[in-house]
Design a protein around this ligand. Structure first.
Ligand SMILES: *[C@@H]1O[C@H](CO)[C@@H](O)[C@H](O)[C@H]1NC(C)=O
Length: 502
């Protein structure tokens, strides 16, 4: 190269020496220089362009440097075209393009399978990749025979989309699809099933039992419904199905003992008894705390339904009844309801007197303690006035306001008030009178009840007898005597005689 330039320079002479050099020329698209180039190009230098690989040249490839300027580039480079690659029966040619570098992919129509190369590229000398492929119709070989089953129809070869149907022998269950078809890849899809023996074991659940459904042997899709024995609750699904893997689905349940909740009764304590967890037949006995009383049953038993039977009792505060004392009034004190330790104080109404304790306290047993008092009518004693007789008037017992009227016996004169009234204080009011002997009259004997009276004069005997009769009758309380008393005189001696003999 350097030699060429040297030769050119020497032949052009002095005029060329002063002419300008050209710089590196710029070519068109898809072209390059045929040779390596120097840095500077003297006047008259020729440079030749060349199209890149895969491009077709048109026009003159050379340019010349004239006085520092290159002549115009006439060369153009067009991409090479490979044109049609041909035809594939039952296939499609899918061109990216048909020019240099473009790709071509061949596909077979559905139901056809490709034999040969499917990818081609447009090269500088035409399509690269060899011969076009062939699309052959799909065919499947017969599927493998089934163990414990068969299929139909049976042939050597099956066309695309042809279907076979599988069957399992008696007592065998098919695991998979019963239908399979010849697919585009030349194989049966889905894969053939298998024929298997399905047998589920007896569904054995502790404290459970068969309730309804299939009976053994349990084959595929057998279903049983189970239940727990009384006192047990089921945890899990009641109904189970025998699955292909000879297992029950969704899985056998369990039977858990029925438990009663820890029972709680307000204001009560549990006495010795069962401890949690409370199984069926556990018992718990309650007692109310002090001051509370139970309604219901003390001892409860955990029932099959998980509930306490006969039902929890309640403890309510002990209350004493509203106390009622006849002829008495309640003074200020507690008001109903009367809880334990309430107190009530009574006072008898006018004319009545109390026996017992005024202030009562409601006890733990709901009874008033020490026990309700009573109010008895105030009574005056049987009044006795010496040498006097009671006239008609009140009879014992002498209640308040009873009256007794006295009259002195013959020969005696009264001092005081004849008629006495029983007062609220149990005393006769205004106070018993006295009978004093009139002057000139014989004194009465000291002891009226004494047998010595017999010794007295006959005239007095009758009189004294009468007095004794009245007194005697009151002492002995014989009703007959009281009746007799009204006749007075005739009876006196008879009674007297009895007293003597006694
Ligand atoms: C049923 O077939 C499937 C798929 O082949 C397999 O995974 C499974 O184990 C089979 N089941 C039984 C119970 O044989």
């Amino acid at each position: 190269m350097d030699v060429t330039y040297v030769l050119l320079l020497s032949s052009l002479g002095l005029a060329q020496v002063i002419a300008q050099d050209c710089r590196v020329p710029v070519g068109g698209n898809n072209m390059g220089f045929k040779d390596d180039l120097p840095q500077t190009f003297p006047n008259g230098t020729k440079v030749i362009f060349e199209c890149n690989v895969g491009y077709m040249p048109a026009g003159s490839p050379s340019i010349t440097c004239t006085n520092g300027t290159w002549s115009p580039v006439k060369l153009t480079c067009e991409r090479k075209s490979c044109g049609s690659a041909g035809e594939v029966e039952n296939g499609d040619l899918n061109y990216e393009g048909t020019e240099f570098g473009d790709k071509l992919v061949v596909t077979c129509k559905t139901g056809y399978i490709m034999v040969g190369n499917s990818q081609f590229t447009c090269g500088k000398d035409g399509w690269l990749g060899g011969r076009l492929p062939v699309c052959e119709a799909v065919a499947c070989d017969a599927p493998p025979m089934l163990t414990n089953g068969d299929f139909s129809p049976v042939r050597d070869s099956y066309n695309y989309l042809e279907v076979v149907q599988y069957k399992c022998q008696k007592d065998y269950t098919m695991n998979g699809s019963s239908l399979s078809s010849c697919s585009k890849d030349g194989k049966f899809q889905p894969a053939p099933p298998t024929c298997i023996v399905v047998q589920c074991k007896d569904p054995d659940v502790t404290n459970g039992e068969w309730m309804s459904g299939s009976r053994p042997p349990y084959k595929y899709k057998s279903a049983v419904t189970l239940q727990c024995i009384p006192g047990y609750n089921m945890n899990g699904a009641q109904t189970q199905r025998c699955e292909l893997n000879s297992q029950w689905a969704p899985g056998l349940p369990t039977c858990e003992p029925v438990l009663c909740e820890d029972p709680d009764v307000k204001n009560a304590a549990k006495e010795e008894g069962s401890k949690p967890p409370y199984k069926v037949k556990s018992t718990v006995t309650f007692s109310c705390v002090s001051g509370y009383t139970m309604t219901g049953t003390r001892t409860q038993t955990c029932g099959l339904n998980g509930q306490w039977a006969p039902g929890l009792p309640t403890c309510a505060p002990v209350l004493c009844e509203d106390p009622d004392v006849k002829n008495a009034a309640k003074e200020e004190g507690s008001k109903p309801p009367y809880k334990v330790k309430s107190t009530v104080t009574f006072s008898c109404v006018s004319g009545y007197t109390m026996t017992g304790t005024r202030t009562q306290t409601c006890g733990l047993n709901g009874q008033w303690a020490p026990g309700l008092p009573t109010c008895e009518p105030v009574l005056c004693e049987d009044p006795d006035v010496k040498n006097a007789a009671k006239e008609e008037g009140s009879k014992p017992p002498y209640k308040v306001k009873s009256t007794v009227t006295f009259s002195c016996v013959s020969g005696y004169t009264m001092t005081g008030t004849r008629t006495q009234t029983c007062g609220l204080n149990g005393q006769w009011a205004p106070g018993l009178p006295t009978c004093a002997r009139d002057s000139g009259t014989v004194d009465p004997p000291e002891n009226k009840g004494n047998g010595m009276a017999i010794g007295l004069g006959l005239g007095l005997t009758v009189l004294i007898g009468s007095v004794l009769t009245v007194l005697g009758c009151y002492f002995c309380g014989v009703p007959a005597c009281i009746k007799e008393k009204k006749r007075k005189r005739p009876v006196g001696p008879a009674l007297l005689a009895v007293k003597i003999s006694g």
